[in-house]
Design a protein around this ligand. Structure first.
Ligand code: COA
Ligand code: MG
Length: 288
């Protein structure tokens, strides 16, 4: 069971030195170093070199490090991969993924050089076609996770932003189901109004309840809320411990079912309870 936390996944434009430095001490579980849409066209070349140097010189500790390159079909994608590849990146995040063949092509390029022998691939889920092909994409070589690109999705769907995200629900859930089926991570999209704490909290809670591992973020002010919402609460940890104790006691009596707080506890609930405790432990290990 992979319990690495992805509660808070912070985008940092690869061109912003100050933000790149600041992130070494920010409470993010993962960082997306962006060379794509957060970097202006005239900054693309400088950003990729700055980022390759930064990844080799700064220590981001236990935080997962994803580099979002430009699509390989653009003028910048291959050069991004070439320069970033030399820095042995932990993971490449590929944008605008419509079909599994794009992942297979990237995997072949990573196979071809020694520095990227262990580099994993993440895919942006941000187009209607990508969403429809999510099951095959999730199973492609080196795949480790999906990042929901909700701004691009809303644009291509022609749907409106609503606090309940009802117009986007199916487009969120199809990749989520595909990720679960393939055993990879799934991280929810960004909340654009980065000063609206109540709105962010509500959207984090919705994503958490759906089953996402965490939320992508655009500003450090969003970190604390995402970390809190996607962590098991004290009440959940307490319940998980009591379920495990009650189930062990029932098993010792030769019974297959226990009752806790008026609800039955079966083996499948114990699987969830143990996952909650393992996640809480992984978070504690990360932040110690
Ligand atoms: N990661 C790390 N640090 C960040 C940051 C980020 N995403 N966004 C801002 N900061 C830092 C700033 O460098 C600044 O640091 P300082 O006080 O040490 O100088 C501090 O946080 C406060 O920043 P603030 O002035 O509030 O923000 P801003 O007005 O400079 O920038 C944004 C606002 C939205 C432009 C900026 O947060 C940003 O570029 N976010 C990422 C956008 C992105 O990557 N989009 C692509 C995916 S949707
Ligand atoms: Mg996008």
């Amino acid at each position: 069971m992979d319990t690495r936390p992805f509660r808070s996944v912070l985008y940092i434009p690869g061109s912003k030195e100050r933000a790149l430095e600041k992130a070494t001490s920010l409470a993010a579980d993962a960082i997306i170093f962006d060379l794509e849409d957060a970097v202006a066209l005239e900054e693309k070349a400088r950003a990729r070199v700055l980022l390759a140097e930064t990844l080799q010189s700064l220590d981001y500790g236990a935080r997962a490090k994803l580099v979002r390159i430009n699509a390989l079909s653009t003028d910048w994608g291959m050069a991004d991969l070439d320069v970033i590849g030399s820095a042995a990146p932990e993971a490449i995040l590929l944008p605008k993924v419509d079909e599994a063949s794009q992942i297979e092509a990237l995997a072949r390029l990573l196979d071809a050089r020694a520095e990227t022998a262990n580099t994993r691939i993440w895919a942006m889920m941000e187009s209607p076609l990508g969403v429809l092909n999510a099951a095959a994409i999730a199973r492609a070589p080196r795949m480790a996770g999906f990042i929901m690109g909700t701004n691009d999705l809303a644009k291509d769907m022609g749907c409106r932003f609503r606090p309940d995200r009802l117009p986007l629900l199916a487009a969120l859930q199809l990749p989520l189901i595909a990720a679960k089926a393939a055993g990879i991570v799934a991280v929810d999209g960004v909340y654009n109004a980065f000063k609206d704490e109540d709105g962010l909290r509500a959207e984090c809670e919705q994503g958490r309840d759906m089953g996402f591992d965490g939320k992508t973020l655009i500003h450090p002010a969003q970190l604390a809320i995402a970390n809190e919402v996607f962590s098991p609460s004290a009440a959940e940890i307490d319940l998980a411990q009591r379920q495990i104790e009650a189930f062990d006691a029932a098993t010792a009596r030769g019974e297959g079912v226990a009752v806790v707080d008026g609800k039955i506890v079966e083996n499948l609930h114990i699987v969830t309870a143990k996952q909650i405790l393992a996640k809480a432990q992984a978070i504690a290990d990360m932040t110690e």
